[in-house]
Design a protein around this ligand. Structure first.
Ligand code: SAM
Length: 292
């Protein structure tokens, strides 16, 4: 087996060879500990028949672990300086395809169709660039990709919000958006010391497994997210006040909101963070006829 990329010595060697300097603005914190990578891959439950989509391969530290454990890896990297580096570091692996593109501007479903033909089990596995964790996750969930799920590293604070339960301080519209599509759990916390350079924040690895069907049937998904965003507009305000200021204009808005809350058995003086996903689903269905 080839020498791992994810050691301090090998990483420094590669960076020196290419005169590479980290760009903080691209969230470049590379992993220099193979144990962490082995665990990330283990949590993805890949087989030799699986495919992996990676976002931000960097110099290929996680990519090579994926390549050794599945049939095909497709990795999206935004930084053109890393493309020749990856061609070099990943040259021992014939099952890796690097795409030089911003993930947020990529048609990932089309890439999967083209690059992963005949592969039925696909996971997204990544050490995400922290400055765009939420937009990346929301895009990939919204795109309804044909994947089993995600095992992704992110800043601990976002991981806590994603996996939060109702009634806790971290519970919010992000928890609901992610938990609507997936079951979410933190599988690992990761110290700063395993990165080069070390980030300012702690990290967690989150596993998201796509639900077969959503936990609630809603009339309109986008409207559900409009309602949840409005409901958490100002955390100290009541659900009624937040919906009043957050929902689009309407003639009889006040009464419609009160009627919808009453129809769902939700006390208008409750705060958004106490509502379960099911309650938000019912509420958005009651409000939907008046606000679209
Ligand atoms: N996977 C490597 C590792 O674990 O050592 C690097 C992870 S580093 C946290 C994030 C990587 O994402 C960097 O290589 C960065 O250039 C890349 N990146 C940042 N923004 C991106 C975007 N919008 N699309 C694709 N890649 C991006």
């Amino acid at each position: 087996m080839n020498k791992d990329i994810a050691t301090p010595i090998r990483t420094k060697e590669i960076l020196r060879k290419y005169g590479f300097s980290f760009k903080k603005s691209l969230g470049q914190n590379f992993i220099i500990d193979s144990n962490i990578l082995r665990n990330i891959v283990r949590y993805a439950n890949l087989t030799e028949k699986s495919g992996a989509i990676e976002i931000g391969p960097g110099i290929g530290a996680l990519t090579e672990h994926l390549a050794r454990n599945c049939k095909k890896v497709v990795a999206f990297e935004i930084d053109g300086r890393l493309i020749p580096v990856l061609e070099d570091t990943l040259s021992p692996y014939s099952n890796v395809k690097i795409i030089h593109k911003d993930i947020l501007k990529s048609d990932v479903a089309k890439v999967i169709e083209e690059e992963m033909q005949g592969i039925e089990d696909i996971m997204v596995v990544a050490n995400l660039p922290y400055y765009v964790t939420t937009p990346i996750l929301m895009k990939l969930l919204h795109d309804r990709l044909p994947v089993r799920g995600f095992v992704v590293m992110m800043q601990k604070e976002v991981a806590d919000r994603i996996t939060a339960e109702p009634g806790t301080k971290d519970y919010g519209s992000l928890s609901i958006a992610v938990q609507y599509y997936t079951t979410a759990e933190v599988v690992m916390t990761v110290p700063k010391t395993v990165f080069m350079p070390q980030p300012n924040v702690d990290s967690s690895v989150v596993r998201l497994i796509k639900r077969e069907s959503p936990p609630i049937q809603v009339a309109d998904e986008d409207f559900l997210f409009t309602v949840t965003r409005a409901a958490f507009g100002q955390r100290r305000k009541t659900i009624f006040n937040n919906l009043q200021s957050g929902l689009p204009k309407g003639k009889e808005k006040k009464q419609q909101i009160l009627d919808a809350l009453s129809a769902c058995g939700i006390d208008p003086s409750r705060r958004g963070e106490t509502l379960t996903i099911e309650e938000f689903g019912k509420l958005s269905n009651s409000l939907f006829p008046h606000f679209h």
